[in-house]
Design a protein around this ligand. Sequence first.
Ligand SMILES: [Zn+2]
Length: 153
Amino acid sequence: MAEHRGGCHCGNLRLRLRLSQAPEDTRLRACFCSFCRAHATRTTSDPLGSVEIGATDWALVEAYRFGTGTAEFLICRRCGVYIGAVCETVSGTRAVTNINCLDDRAAFLRQPAATDHDGETTDDRLARRAANWTPASLDRQAVSLPAPATPRG
Ligand SMILES: [Zn+2]
């Protein structure tokens, strides 16, 4: 399974994403909620993959909630980058990742499919995330991934 590393711009938030398909075959979404439009996200999730999310300083991480409040949208307070959202589901912690925060973001070539979940009930939303989002592990306490050697341009 191919591994992709990424994180926020200043390096505080980091993630390691494993996807079951090659980047050029990975389906992307352009969610039409007002938050995702403001950030111009390209997102993906893979129920067969996995993602680990860590931060050097969780005090610098905003877990923003809006709408139904059932997911946390992780934003770095220092550099402002949105890396993805996490949600507690019946299948455990699941996440969607903003692939624009990956080091190899340019390898993801597919045209994002427009999605709009505005009409969904909260139960439907949680069931969809449990089935489709990526199994996730968060280390909210300590450093779980090595910091980048140099700040990324
Ligand atoms: Zn940052």
